[in-house]
Design a binder for this molecule. Structure first.
Ligand SMILES: Cc1ncc(C[n+]2csc(CCOP(=O)(O)OP(=O)(O)O)c2C)c(N)n1
Length: 546
């Protein structure tokens, strides 16, 4: 019998192989949706795929990891990825980079040559499997014996989900799956739970609550882990009780939105460079940053790290994030528990409420439209429970300004800045959240990095809307060129890229629009259609900042 047949025979009767225990583990951890792209070294893992599992095929590994990243973030569960030995992991690296920046709990597995052929380096051997994704994952491992695979995967799932969450990697030789395991050595490991939501020292919190109440002009800065930890209500309650103005962390580093952007206290998005950021916060004497690194700066525009006379306190569940901050104090604890405790400890505050920022201004329509007008049209038709997955560099700020997203779990963006996340992640988010309409807003350049995700959207009937903002260039790179005083850089124009044509080729219905009226109507149709659809809008070149 071949390995595949042996494994199939065992699982059919409920056996005690590596594969049986792995599937048991996956069921217990809610990891029955698997994202992968298979090769011969993974087939034994896929043998007789159980009916209560779902396999989501991506046609390239950037797509596989991007979909899993979106799915893991939107479901809040560890998510299993199955890649094809060394070249599969190689193709996946950009996505793994994004996943670690997004703190997505991915359990990434890859097939490996049969154990007895690894040393002679037979074809498909990943000769240094654990080293390959090393700097991008929290833990990277190839178990020394087949029997250790279930335990390694149990450990991997814990490491991936413990704070800060992030991708882990396990390499699994292809002949391991049919090997028998002594149940006594793994049953406890498969059943145990590990929780990592730690609360802060109550004394430190009391002191901070007092400082927050006593400061003359404190400010709240909301980051992605407010959303991840389920802390929106706690953040709103604290902000309202302490009458704090609120800023979002700089857009490029913020993969999630941590505070309702339509709330009266919300002031806007901080600029991403050192000098402008501290200038924006000038006048505040206490800056409370929740659920973010301090800060994900880019580009390099020097200046003081803090405004004159300001203290900063960072709340984060990530010890490294706390340790590497160049200024301020930090409290390492769960963001939600900390904000709730801070709210409970806050003395009465008597302060003027913060200023209210104006509503977005109306714009006369131009022909072709600007990116801002396109985002205004999107805002006009935005479904109340919509989710935006965004990879449209020149239109991101306009989107945030116009949409003012105000529900938890409504925004996903590649915190690491690697293109190839958006389209793939949108498929994953929509698979995890069937009940919410997902709109992926995509530059036509960005669309190319994981374009095969259109196939997965069509194949699994994922009712996603993709708005392609077409400006025939790498607009943001032209903007950076002027900032960096670079002249004459080649390769920044993208004439004749036909995203709708390519999407049609993968089976996704597509249309092109020019006017605001057409755009609104096409978006309404697409969002309501229950099927994946592309709407491409042509806009003028250049950045859209508001
Ligand atoms: C994997 C990867 N390669 C290259 C880049 C550099 N990059 C950043 S933005 C950008 C242009 C994106 O073009 P498009 O989606 O058309 O957006 P626009 O700037 O025109 O809005 C590029 C190439 C990147 N961020 N990630």
């Amino acid at each position: 019998m071949s390995t595949v047949e042996q494994v199939a025979a065992k699982t059919a009767v409920g056996g005690n192989t590596v594969l049986d225990f792995t599937r048991d583990l996956m069921r217990r951890r809610g990891m029955t949706t698997v994202f992968g792209n298979p090769g011969s070294t993974e087939l034994a893992f896929l043998a007789d795929f159980p009916e209560d599992f779902r396999y989501v095929l991506g046609l390239q590994e950037a797509v596989v990891v991007g979909m899993a990243d979106g799915y893991a973030q939107a479901s809040g569960r560890p998510t299993l990825v199955n890649l094809h030995t060394a070249p599969g992991v190689g193709n996946a690296m950009g996505g793994i980079f994004n996943a670690q920046a997004n703190k997505a709990p991915l359990v990434i597995t890859a097939g490996q040559q049969a154990r007895e052929l690894i040393t002679l380096q037979a074809n498909l051997t990943n000769r240094d499997a654990a080293r390959m994704p090393h700097p991008l994952v929290k833990w990277s491992y190839e178990p020394p014996r087949a029997q250790d695979v279930p335990l390694a995967l149990a450990r991997a799932a814990h490491v991936a989900t413990l704070p800060p969450a992030g991708p882990v990697f396990v390499s699994i030789p292809m002949d391991d799956w049919g090997v028998e395991v002594d149940a006594g050595t793994v049953e406890h490991a498969l059943a145990r739970t590990v929780t990592g939501r730690a609360s802060a020292d109550p004394e430190v919190l009391r002191d901070l609550a007092g400082r927050l109440a006593g400061a003359s002009n404190p400010v709240f800065v909301a980051g992605p882990d407010v959303d991840v930890s389920g802390a929106w209500d706690a953040a709103i309650a604290l902000v309202e009780a302490a009458r704090l103005p609120v800023w979002a962390i700089p857009a490029p580093g913020g993969g999630r939105i941590g505070f309702p952007e339509g709330h009266a206290a919300f002031q806007g998005i901080l600029p991403p460079a050192i000098g402008p950021l501290s200038e924006t916060l000038a006048g505040h004497d206490l800056i409370l940053v929740a659920g973010a690194s301090v800060f994900s700066y880019y580009p390099n525009i020097p200046g003081p790290l803090l405004p004159e006379g300001a203290d900063l306190v960072q709340l984060t569940n990530d010890a490294d994030e706390a340790a590497r901050a160049p200024m301020g104090d930090a409290i390492v604890a769960d963001v939600r528990l900390t904000l709730e405790a801070l709210g409970a400890a806050l003395p009465a505050v008597d302060r003027e409420p913060p200023p209210v920022r104006p509503a977005p201004e109306d714009m006369p329509e131009s022909d072709p439209m600007s990116g801002s007008e396109a985002m205004a049209a999107l805002a006009d038709v935005w479904p109340e429970d919509g989710v935006a997955v965004v990879e449209a560099p020149s239109a991101t700020l306009a989107l945030r300004h116009r949409l003012r997203l105000s529900r938890p779990g409504s925004y996903y963006f590649a915190a690491g800045g690697g293109l190839g996340f958006g389209l793939a992640a949108a498929v994953g988010v929509q698979l995890a959240r069937r009940e919410r309409p997902v709109v992926c807003v995509l530059g036509e350049g960005s669309a190319q990095y994981a374009i095969q995700a259109f196939w997965s959207a069509a194949a699994y009937e994922v009712p996603l809307t993709v708005l392609v903002v077409r400006n025939d260039e790498y607009a943001i790179l032209k903007w950076f060129s002027s900032l960096e005083a670079v002249r004459g850089a080649p390769g920044l124009d993208l004439p004749a890229l036909d995203v709708p044509g390519v999407a049609e080729g993968y089976g996704v219905r597509s249309r092109r629009v020019e006017s605001g009226r057409e755009l609104r109507s096409a978006l309404r149709d697409a969002i309501g259609s229950g099927a994946p659809e592309v709407v491409e809008v042509r806009v003028v070149p250049g950045m859209s900042l508001g």
